[in-house]
Design a protein. Structure first.
Length: 225
């Protein structure tokens, strides 16, 4: 059996590979990283991810970071799981990468501005960071909403890890006062995601991790805008 460990914290983008692993039906363990203790910046964790970020995946003793790379690897390592649409076409493969990069490199930084504007500005200016984040997000949420109005999943009739990524992005900004209700097709996509047993299992792992943090008094709560 392959030994797989996912380094995660509840609510983070580690949800994306957690869902992918659950969808693939493989055995894996999760290791909770405690942000409030600075564990992600500790020398021990930096041996796994020198960038001090979550997620990191350790598989067969090898550490891999960055969601795009982790999803791409899992897709190749577990081909039967069909985490991304099957294709041998170089352009199609590159377009799938572009989609994952859109989530990690375009949407995720905007999510952070909406969710944690205080990281980017003084107390007085935080509200304007949040507003500008929301303004930037509208264009992309409209685009995603339009696409999901025509089909249940990002790639049509078949679920993919792109849907897991979009699910996390939606959920994260929903909890930061972003007006998600303006995007009914994206909201319906979230509901479809919540019905998937693999998603429920991934969320249950996060709930366990959150309970652990609560018990230790280590829950991180960003300042309200
Ligand atoms: N580009 C990375 C981003 C990872 C990332 O920013 N993770 C956040 C959690 S969602 C994190 O570890 N934040 C802690 C910090 O930056 O100190 C990826 O896609 O995996």
């Amino acid at each position: 059996m392959t030994a797989i460990t996912l380094y995660m914290a509840p609510g983070t983008c580690a949800r994306v590979p957690a869902i992918a692993l659950e969808e693939a039906g493989v055995d894996f363990e999760t290791q909770l990283i405690r942000f409030m203790k600075g564990q992600h910046k500790s020398p021990d964790y930096k041996k796994i991810n020198p960038k001090g970020k979550i997620p990191a995946l350790v598989i067969e003793g090898e550490a891999l970071t960055e969601n795009v790379a982790i999803i791409t690897y899992l897709n190749q390592h577990f081909p039967d799981a069909k985490l991304m649409p099957k294709t041998e076409d170089a352009m199609e493969k590159a377009r799938q990468l572009a989609d994952l990069c859109f989530c990690s490199a375009t949407l995720h930084p905007i999510v952070t501005r909406i969710r944690m504007p205080h990281f980017f500005a003084s107390e007085e200016a935080a509200k304007s960071v949040w507003e500008k984040g929301c303004d930037s997000m509208h264009e992309y949420f409209s685009m995603i909403d339009e696409r999901l109005g025509k089909q249940p999943w990002w790639y049509g009739e078949s679920w993919s890890a792109m849907d897991a990524y979009l699910f996390w992005i939606y959920w994260r900004v929903e909890g930061a006062e972003y007006p998600v209700n303006n995007f009914p097709n994206f909201s319906a996509h979230k509901s479809r995601m919540e019905q998937r047993p693999a998603v429920q299992r991934a969320l249950a792992r996060e709930a366990d991790a959150m309970a652990q943090l609560e018990a230790e008094g280590l829950v991180f709560t960003p300042k309200p805008v």
